[in-house]
Ligand binder design. Structure first.
Ligand code: MN
Length: 325
């Protein structure tokens, strides 16, 4: 694989010069993937160029408050340059692979430290809180270069949502001084901060709370209280009437238990398709497990899929987790 490492300045120049792009956030996009993609889309559109965000599926219900419109892969039929955002691994493009393959120019922007790099030009900054914060810095570079301001209320709203989403409300250790400086500038725009936080963290459909009750009843504590896990089955999802995205954040339930270092949430998606989310609180590097099991992520947060039945997946991951505790 050959790709060139790009700086913030390079990416600013690329974004300023491109004429038509498709922007690809990772599959099952979260707030950062969507927020950063729409910020870049809005920025490129504001230059009078063509830009569209292409998602694998319609935008999940819990992110529709962002009032965004993406297109699906079957409607992205033109030959355009491609930006891949917040996507630690090229396989996470899923149904957008073909759009990527036929693009003449491919640009990758990401903050997952497990990202080995792909595309033609690649900007991976593991020290950044979110891809949203990286987009902020790219736009700042563009502003310096062109000596004019590009940030507007709408772009600020998207970047703010991306950063707040990936930092759990500026709570996680990935939040740096630069994150606060970025947020400080974003807050000078007309962004309803309380609204974004409420929509991201304090607004749940009833079916999600019903599912959460079922998931909490599966709680297991191991390893002297340092390891806690929960799971959901296909049956539980059906019983609660839950949708795919309703499980977001469930891994934080075991994580919040006093004394727990590593928390795991196992989600049975299909028979022999178990999606695993891992979090650590302080010293344990959960990206080590995702690297072994072909996933991606960060020191304190990682994810991957295990193609075994739920019970075997749990045994396998727990076995490996003892080594990082
Ligand atoms: Mn992210």
């Amino acid at each position: 694989m050959t790709f060139k490492k790009a700086s913030f300045y390079d990416m600013a120049e690329i974004a300023l010069n491109t004429t038509q792009v498709y922007i690809i956030p990772h599959e099952n996009p979260d707030g950062d993937a969507l927020g950063s993609s729409f910020a870049l889309c809005e920025f490129i559109r504001s230059l009078g160029k063509k830009a569209d965000v292409v998602t694998d599926k319609p935008i999940p219900e819990n992110y529709r408050f962002m009032e965004i419109e993406s297109i699906l892969p079957e409607n992205a039929t033109e030959n355009r340059d491609v930006f891949v955002l917040d996507c630690g691994d090229s396989s996470r493009m899923s149904t957008r692979q073909e759009i990527y393959d036929r693009a003449k120019n491919k640009y990758v922007i990401d903050h997952h430290m497990t990202n080995k790099g792909f595309g033609d030009y690649c900007l991976v900054q593991g020290g950044y809180s979110s891809t949203g914060e990286i987009i902020y810095n790219i736009i700042k570079e563009a502003e310096k270069k062109e000596n004019k301001s590009f940030l507007n209320d709408r772009i600020a709203f998207f970047i703010y949502t991306a950063i707040i989403s990936d930092t759990g409300g500026l709570k996680y250790s990935s939040t740096t001084q630069n994150t606060f400086l970025a947020v400080a500038e974003l807050s000078t725009h007309n962004v309803d901060i309380a609204y974004v936080n409420r929509m991201l963290f304090d607004s749940n459909p009833l079916r999600k709370i019903k599912l959460q009750a079922l998931v909490m009843s599966t709680l297991n504590i191991l390893c002297d209280g340092k390891l806690a896990f929960v799971y959901s089955t296909i049956d539980m999802m059906k019983k609660a009437g839950a949708l795919e995205n309703d499980t977001e954040g469930f891994v934080n339930i075991p994580r919040s238990i006093e004394g727990v270092e590593v928390a795991i949430y196992f989600k049975e998606k299909k028979d022999k398709e178990i999606k695993v989310s891992m979090r650590s609180n302080t010293y344990a590097d959960v990206s080590k497990i995702s690297t072994i099991l072909n996933g991606g992520g960060h020191f304190h947060a990682s994810g991957f899929t295990v193609n075994e039945c739920l019970e075997d997946a749990i045994k396998k991951v727990i076995g490996l987790t003892y080594d990082i505790l």
